[in-house]
Design a protein around this ligand. Sequence first.
Ligand code: GDP
Length: 525
Amino acid sequence: MSLTENDPVARRRTFAIISHPDAGKTTLTEKLLLFGGAIQLAGEVRAKANRRQTRSDWMDIERQRGISVVTSVMTFEHAGCVFNLLDTPGHEDFSEDTYRTLSAVDSAVMVIDAARGIESRTRKLFEVCRLRDIPIVTFINKLDRETRDPFDLLDEIEKVLALDTAPMTWPIGRGRAFAGTYDLARNMIRKLDSDVTAPMTPVDGPRDPVIRALLPAHEADAAIDELELARDACRPFDEQAYLEGHLTPVFFGSALRTFGVADLINALATFAPPPKGLQAESRFVEAHEKKMSGFVFKIQANMDPNHRDRIAFMRVSSGRLTRGMKAKLVRTGKPMALNAPQFFFAQERALAEEAYPGDVVGIPNHGTLRIGDTLTEGEDLVFRGVPSFAPEILRRVKLTDAMKAKKLREALQQMAEEGVVQTFVPYDGSGAMVGVVGALQLDVLAERLQAEYGLPVSFEPSRFEICRWVTGEATELNKFLAAYPSSTASDLDGAPVFLATSAFTLRYEQERWPSITFSDIKDYQ
Ligand code: GDP
């Protein structure tokens, strides 16, 4: 324990919550922050969401539609640990940002609505977590309402996500009869509506009269049999399998009633992984190394309309970041003084005097930093952590004023560097295309081009529907690109992509060119 106390890396838990809209992510976030004492009043997370009017022009869209576009970081302490909860945009049109945020966490909490089970967005986000085998703790929420059979829910997780489950707690009664949870391994119960910080009550197995007394008489036998079955038949928790991303411990609870939240936060403190090292191109970088390194996973423009600034969100991956230190931006080789790194809280930002691996700091800049950039204390490290996802919508940008084509090119380049959209320039010299994962990104793009660059634009459909990064041995790849000058293009970093008009065309070309790899994910840089 003393090791952990003195070791800032071992104390950190950097995580995100993945869920389908309405499963209870916001409510759970509020309750976690309450536990951590990061803010005094529950409800502030939501209040903040409604109070963004002072932010910036393009966030008008966000306000009008009542959705959360901004990723923020919330830090709180509990049980000797420092938790960094990286919030992700709730709207699925902004899934690109969400995906990138998941590249900056060490573990995730998957919130599932007990009446609905695995929903589409949860599945999609889970797939992104699986790319890195991120360990996942599952919280099955809304147990205070009518729910599906817990065995069914576990079965669904196992089948749909191909993820083993180990229930840690089990509901005692369901729906209106929900009375608390039973800790399967420790033989203890937590009663609904007991004080959130109250210790659990030890029991003598599922047949203990204390449990029976909590249940309506006509449901007691069935509920007790179910507890016994769960205890005897379910897979036990295996920490190694969890850390490898093959098994998820499952907790049942109700975020609204602050029930089960203590179990969840204690689980994160006990077995969620602290920041691990990170693979750079040249070598593996341990979190405990002395020298600071970090990577940018998100850029937020104009958070404060009074200082038209850009904030790069950087996750520290090794060493210690101190305010005022000189860092090297590896992509350009240029030095960069970190004079005003910032921490973000649910409400505010504050200057960060020092930050450790797992922490996220905001670095104000005027366009120097890009998504995927690495900052170090001198070494030429390149982390490959932040992926790019193939856009699902491709459009040509139409400019009302043809004289401004050059300005548009510059503006698009900047928007692409910030990760607002991806840009693709066809090799045959035809006009650039933009690609997005969700249609709302196009609205944001149009609004920002107008507001910040005075460029009124509209979007024209493109004949292409699918975009894939292509890689392969150089001669073979060049042959491929030369064969299709009008359906290949280069992305922001000059990497070649193949544009297909349909899934059929893509499959056809894949079969014709077996030596070329067509990929829907690309690492940045
Ligand atoms: P998000 O979209 O995932 O952030 O979901 P919210 O936290 O906004 O919750 C969606 C709705 O479900 C809100 O009306 C919440 O009050 C409600 N809710 C969240 N958790 C629970 C719960 O444990 N029980 C019940 N009955 N309702 C809940």
